[in-house]
Design a protein around this ligand. Structure first.
Ligand code: BGC
Length: 757
């Protein structure tokens, strides 16, 4: 730190300004005179994408050879943070060997809507699952001495108008969903850098946003890393520095003078520039100190193995009525262009240059000879290819159709127009299933699609954009050498029209209004009890898991307590496999409008047939809390909650009830005559005041006539107390009216005492 401050002390204002933008497209500025080296920043996040300054025949940048790992959509579906950690560590190793110091990833944005073109690059619709997976990836990467640049901070949930759109998101949705994922990441993995996104957040560009960067990220979460802009996301160098963005990328030496001019004109304080430079130099010197003394070649085979194991754990068996695993002695047809040319990665900045991708058609040779029919080639329906596929399907015992989204449908830079597979895929599946009642569909997509032929096929395996080893993983899962254990990290809705943001995605007039608020993904479908195609957390296995002995270590708890949960899970089937145990907190009745259910913990457990293990989870106040916009803090409402254990949000095996007793009064809580009774009763003085006055209240209710209209029958004491409770959403003013013997002065005195006077 002292060394860095000394260097800053020697820098001219011009040098400081130049340090605040890249030295080129992929490097920071080097200042030889002061011994400041340049460092490399390179995409990520599904492998290393280091440009080598040459273009291919199509004009696209060529990058160094690297391993292509499963996309984030897959990694999160593993529900195994160890998978993410291993991928992070492996990419870290490649970065070191290629002399790259910062990896631009992972992408941690919440999947607000299934059509977002970059959903394949994001983890989940749930901030816990996304946050835990991203944090594990970052820990794996940074343990190697390579900095992560987690992106895109924040509320960057669509590609349409991505550089101009204003995400109009309410404070509560920001705190509970869109920023919450970054909060978890920052606290659990301390990423060395974070990328401020293209979009505006409630009108203010993310790169200039004091509220999200300075207040939330820095002040509240204590973040000490470097904030870097997305490429070309800075519109004013002065406002970026003021907002808290330290480094403008890519190289922007043409605008460095804006910083110098602003300091000289007195509109920007030099201290803020120094602060930005300090964060940048911290990153530069840390990353520089981890360079390898000499470059070594990348170990592609080790990376391939990691990519393979990751995909094995991530693919999701969506449907299986017993056809899978396949018997290799049967006559099998592989149908569809993607059997030979799988879409193993998404397009855009995360695209990796690998020479080691393996297709299912190649991998299946290890099992048996299959007949192959292409089925489609290009975007159009090809009747001849379909006819050929039907012929192959007719003579096979089992037909496996490979389908998916192409790069012209799902990609960075644009959103999908609809939730359908290309018609050439749907037509092919329908035609094959019509002649072969043993049809399996393998899907390569980065987000949900409709499956109109679902009833006509016996099994569906979602392999996502599964990285370079996707073919081997697919075959090993199809033939049962491996047991599927991925679970969906996002809901598959029945129809696009059912989705929570349907009415406001992608928005209009420069804004996307997040009117669905905190009801994102399953939080919406569960609260509304809507039918869906596949629920959040869904994933099948070739074995069976049973849960028992759900225990909570207490029946009641307060805000300072932890709740210990234990449950046993047993493999009662015949094959080894991994159970994905999900713990949800379910809210039955609560005075606050909130999602009925939220994922609060998960664990993946490998079990041999007959084996049983006990799992333990710990819950804290935050797991029961919502963001109280009025007081600007998380609060846990009193009441009863259910702890649910299951293998998807809808497949709940066990549940137990727990009561939250009291909650902490927000520090900035002030009371007056319009304070709500429910708040007054949370204060010990308020509670005492009213607990000694229950007779007076019931008396007051009777005397006021409010309780006396029941055909002359006098309500019982219990009925009157129930009625009094119904008044608790009213302010003190109203309840005071039902206190016949208490004076206004006594109420005023209570207010003063609660305010500490
Ligand atoms: C993308 C980032 C990426 C950067 C550099 C931007 O267009 O949004 O995710 O890291 O380009 O390639």
């Amino acid at each position: 730190m002292d060394r860095i401050r000394t260097i800053i002390g020697k820098m001219t204002l011009e040098e400081k300004a130049s340090m605040c933008s890249g030295g080129g497209c992929w490097t920071t500025e080097e200042i030889k005179r002061l011994g400041i080296p340049e460092i490399w920043l390179t995409d990520g996040p599904h492998g290393l994408r280091k440009h080598i300054g040459r273009k291919d025949s199509t004009g696209a940048d060529i990058s160094e050879l690297a391993v292509s790992f499963p996309s984030a959509v897959a990694t999160a579906s593993s529900f195994n943070t160890e998978v993410a950690r291993r991928i992070g560590a492996e990419i870290g190793e490649e970065c070191l060997r290629e002399n790259v110091q910062v990896l631009l990833g992972p992408g941690a944005n919440i999947k607000r809507h299934p059509l977002c073109g970059r959903n394949f690059e994001y983890f989940s619709e749930d901030p816990l699952l996304a946050g835990e997976t991203a944090a594990a990836f970052i820990n794996g990467l940074q343990e190697k001495g390579v900095a992560a640049c987690v992106k895109h901070f924040c509320a960057n949930n669509q590609e349409t108008w991505r550089m101009t759109i204003s995400s109009e998101v309410g404070e509560r949705a920001l705190r509970e969903i869109y920023a919450a994922v970054f909060e978890r990441i920052v606290k659990k993995s301390k990423p060395w850098s974070i990328m401020a996104s293209y979009n505006r957040i409630n009108g203010v560009y993310a790169t200039e946003n004091r509220k999200t960067i300075r207040e939330m990220l820095r002040k509240e979460w204590g973040y000490e890393g470097c904030v870097i802009s997305d490429w070309c996301a800075v519109h004013s160098r002065e406002e970026a520095i003021k907002g808290g963005t330290c480094l403008t990328m890519p190289g922007a030496s043409g605008t460095d003078h804006e910083i110098v001019d602003a300091v000289r004109a007195g509109t920007l304080s030099e201290e803020l520039v120094d602060e930005a430079v300090e964060y940048i130099l911290n990153l530069v010197f840390w990353a520089d100190s981890h360079r390898l003394p000499e470059q070594k070649p990348i170990d592609f085979s080790h990376g391939h193995e990691v990519a393979y194991m990751s995909e094995v754990e991530s693919a999701v068996l969506l449907k299986n009525d017993g056809l899978l695993p396949l018997d290799p002695s049967k006559r099998i047809a592989f149908i569809g262009d993607m059997a030979e040319f799988p879409r193993y990665q998404g397009g855009g900045s995360s695209m990796v240059n690998t020479e080691n991708s393996v297709s299912a058609l190649a991998a299946v040779k290890g099992y048996c000879d299959v007949t192959f029919a292409r089925g489609y080639n290009g975007p159009e329906v090809d009747d001849d290819l379909i006819a050929e596929a039907v012929k192959a399907a007719k003579t096979a015992d089992v037909a496996v159709v490979f389908a998916g989204l192409s790069s012209i449908t799902e990609n960075e830079g644009f959103d999908r127009p609809d939730m359908e597979l290309p018609e050439n895929n749907n037509a092919l599946i329908r035609a094959v299933a019509a002649v072969n009642s043993n049809t399996v569909v393998v899907l390569h997509t980065g987000s949900p699609v409709t499956v109109p032929w679902e009833d006509d096929v016996r099994s569906i395996l979602q392999v996502f954009y599964g990285g370079e080893a996707v073919g081997e993983a697919t075959c090993d899962l199809l033939f049962g050498r491996r047991n599927p254990s991925g679970h969906l990290a996002e809901t598959w809705p029945l129809r696009l029209e059912d989705t929570p943001a349907y009415l406001t995605f992608p928005g209009d007039s420069g804004t996307a209004r997040y009117i669905e608020d905190v009801y994102v993904g399953y939080r919406y479908y569960e609260t509304r009890k809507m039918p869906v195609r596949y629920p959040f957390g869904h994933g099948l296995s070739y074995t069976v898991f049973e849960y028992s002995d759900l225990k909570l270590d207490k029946e009641k708890f307060g805000p300072d307590d932890e709740v210990g949960v234990s449950v046993k899970v047993k493999n009662t089937g015949n094959m080894a496999g991994s159970a994905v145990t999900q713990l949800y907190v379910y809210v039955n009745k609560c005075p606050i409008m909130r999602p009925s259910v939220e994922l609060r913990a998960f664990e993946k457990t490998e079990l041999q047939p007959g084996e049983e293990k006990e799992l333990k989870f710990t819950l804290t106040k935050r797991d029961f809390s919502y963001w109280d916009t009025k007081h600007g803090c998380f609060r846990m409402p009193r009441g009863k909650y259910e702890i649910r254990i299951g293998s998807s949000v809808r497949d709940i095996a066990l549940s137990a009830t727990i009561e939250a007793e009291d909650e902490i009064i927000p520090e900035n809580m002030r009371y007056d005559i319009m304070s709500l009774m429910e708040d007054v009763l949370k204060h010990p003085l308020g509670k005492e005041f009213f607990s000694t006055r229950s007779d007076e209240i019931t008396d007051g209710l009777l005397r006021s006539g409010i309780a006396g209209h029941n055909k002359g029958r006098t309500p019982t004491k219990e009925e009157l107390l129930e009625m009094a409770e119904a008044l608790y959403s009213q302010p003190l003013l109203v309840v005071g009216m039902y206190l016949p013997y208490t004076t206004d002065e006594e109420i005023a005195e209570l207010i003063d005492r609660m305010n500490g006077k």
